[in-house]
Write a protein that binds this ligand. Structure first.
Ligand SMILES: [Zn+2]
Length: 315
């Protein structure tokens, strides 16, 4: 994440009252979500109609962070997202979309949002792998070449944006996902709450599941559906990088996502009225596919201006 962190344009500085309000929302959700899931037992999830968009973080041209062993984040993101995609499809979520974008970072952000919105997605999950702020990085040599690492932090983290129009549902999915990772023995990293993170310090909205507030993440704030970003783990941590590269870890995370999606889908009100189902009756998206239609210039897709840049982080 830190390579992305360097792209940060603004520190979230919400008024205290807003923070407290969100904390309250997160807490109330933590209390009610499991009850909600239980109430929904016996009801079913329309898997075939429920569309998850898996956003592969970064692009081949702007590949994000670099791992301790010199592999770029985009490769980790793409590999894990493909595994999650397959797991969801195997579980019956046939309309899952693996969204791969290209080009420079900011342009790809607009493309991601426009495509997700045009797909009438029920949920957007952005897949990333974490790094650390540059001051924490240390030098070492790997395979005879200079490299950088930081073993100080490990673990995944989950982010939602207060600016997303579906904050409550985003928190709901984040809670489910965090708990599914937890039951598989995976722990979130708490270090984003620390003052030493400086402008990367975040509010922890859900301490049980490890869901942080990161309002200015562009893909989260501009998508018109519940949207969550998962940092699957730290690829600058030398041990965790190796674990994240194993099929076992990728399967664990994929299964956690699939179970969380299932619970989320069950808990949703029926949003698949016939007209919605029809509008979403597109063939499955494939990696690197281009949008079929020219993207309209809307508030969500307009070129970036300096004013806009002050209020977003490209990730
Ligand atoms: Zn990233």
């Amino acid at each position: 994440m830190s390579r992305i962190m360097t792209c940060s344009r603004r520190i979230a500085t919400a008024p205290l009252v807003a923070v407290l309000s969100l904390l309250s929302l997160g807490a109330s959700w933590a209390e009610t979500s499991d009850n909600s899931a239980r109430r929904s037992e016996g009801s079913s999830c329309a898997r075939a109609n429920f569309r998850v968009v898996l956003d592969v973080g970064h692009t081949a041209d702007a590949p994000g962070a670099m791992s301790a062993r010199g592999v770029n984040e985009y490769e980790f993101n793409l590999r894990l997202a493909k595994q999650i995609d397959q797991t969801l499809v195997d579980a019956g979520f046939a309309k899952t979309v693996l969204m791969v974008t290209g080009g420079p970072g900011i342009r790809s952000q607009y493309e991601r949002v426009a495509r997700a919105n045009n797909l009438s997605a029920d949920l957007l999950l952005s897949i990333h792998h974490d790094s650390v702020p540059n001051p924490f990085l240390q030098k070492w040599e790997y395979d005879g070449k200079p490299a950088i690492f930081s073993d100080r932090f490990k673990g995944h983290s989950i982010f939602v944006s207060d600016d997303n129009i579906n904050l409550k549902a985003s928190l709901q999915f984040g809670h489910l996902l965090g708990n599914q990772l937890k039951v598989r023995g995976l722990q979130y990293t708490p270090h984003y709450t620390e003052k030493f993170m400086g402008k990367y310090q975040r509010n922890l909205l859900d301490a049980e599941a490890g869901v942080y507030r990161y309002d200015t993440l562009f893909v989260l704030k501009k998508s018109r559906m519940p949207a969550v970003l998962l940092e699957a783990g730290s690829i600058v941590n030398r041990d965790e990088e190796l674990l994240l590269g194993t099929p076992e870890r990728q399967s664990q995370i994929s299964a956690a996502v699939a179970d969380a999606v299932e619970s989320f889908c069950v808990a949703q009100p029926n949003r698949h009225a016939p007209q919605v189902a029809q509008s979403a009756r597109r063939a499955r998206h494939v990696a690197h596919a281009r949008p079929r239609h020219r993207v309209k210039r809307t508030a969500d897709t307009a070129p970036v201006t300096t004013a806009v840049q002050l209020n977003i982080d490209v990730h």
